[in-house]
Design a protein. Structure first.
Length: 312
């Protein structure tokens, strides 16, 4: 039996809902974190560098700044682009984070996708199959450095020679890999502890679970050894009347959109498909209404909820 847990996805774009001055953004962020510690298990950040001239906060810096301020919380990345940090260096960064935070890191890693920021910041942007292959080598290097000393790996894309990552992370952080296409699901099955699905609706997610289980069985991995998570937006209001003006901006495709009772029902539907961890992006920030309702009325309903993992 596994307890159902929730993470709050941090706002990382101060001008996303209007150009918010730094003092106001930081004040609302701190207020949100003070709320989050009441019911959330973790907080998460996006790893992006540029969307045109939008204000973007760098993910790793944000996590390492906030971790000592909120010792009640775990910290995770949704998800770090493997292209932006040498995998051996990332293994070292994660081990150091784990040492200083007393083991509160959840490492999310992906193949990267946003071509604009790759080119703007001088990173090569190879085709998808190559980025996926690079991700697999990066995962192999990170695992090896966390488990062994004097590691040498001569990969096609990355190489390390007699590399040490001391002190090794204790406990070893769970690795989250996101994706639903066949190549990515193969990597998830081989290397991930947790699998992240990005904003799928219920019907889409049900099929993704079937595909993920098939990828696990193809390598003789027990699908139930892979923790299922769901990442997406959440907009919640106390009544339908309060929600109605937001429906055009946040359609159902945005994620979990509804009243308190409706959001609870949607969460339970995903739990019934084996999801035991939700990373929720409250898109109305700096308005904290959704976060307040989640903390006070939605998440406490699942505080003692456990799910029995099963295959479809």
């Amino acid at each position: 039996m596994t307890s159902v847990q929730f993470g709050w996805v941090l706002p990382g774009r101060p001008n996303e809902r209007g150009n918010i001055a730094q003092p106001k953004f930081l004040a609302h962020l701190q207020q949100g974190l003070r709320l989050a510690v009441k019911s959330f298990h973790s907080v998460w950040s996006h790893d992006h560098l540029q969307f045109m001239n939008d204000q973007i906060l760098e993910s790793w810096t944000m996590l390492t700044y906030l971790a000592p301020l909120y010792p009640q919380l775990q910290f995770g990345s949704l998800v770090l682009s493997q292209s932006y940090r040498n995998p051996a260096l990332l293994a070292k960064m994660a081990a150091t984070f784990q040492y200083l935070s007393n083991g509160r890191l959840i490492l999310g890693l992906g193949a990267g996708w946003h071509e604009e920021e790759y080119k703007a910041y001088g990173y090569a942007f190879p085709p998808p199959h190559k980025r996926v292959a690079q991700l697999e080598e990066a995962l192999q290097i990170i695992r090896a450095l966390w488990q062994n000393s004097g590691v040498t790996i001569q990969g096609k894309h990355y190489q390390i020679l007699e590399a040490h990552c001391e002190p090794r992370p204790v406990p070893v952080p769970p690795i989250v890999v996101g994706g639903a296409r066949p190549q990515m699901l193969n990597i998830v099955a081989r290397h991930a502890d947790w699998w992240s699905a990005d904003r799928p609706g219920l019907a889409t997610y049900r099929q993704q679970v079937v595909d993920c289980e098939r990828a696990c069985l193809a390598i003789q991995r027990d699908p139930l050894s892979l923790r299922r998570t769901w990442f997406g937006g959440c907009i919640c209001r106390a009544t339908e009347d309060a929600l109605r003006p937001l429906r055009a901006t946040y359609p159902d495709e945005y994620g979990l959109v509804g009243t308190v009772s409706q959001v609870k029902e949607r969460i339970q539907e995903f739990i019934d498909l084996g999801v035991s961890y939700f990373m929720l992006n409250t898109g109305d920030f700096p308005d904290l209404t959704t976060l307040e309702l989640l903390v006070d009325e939605v998440l406490p309903s699942f505080q003692h909820t456990e799910y029995q993992a099963s295959t479809l």
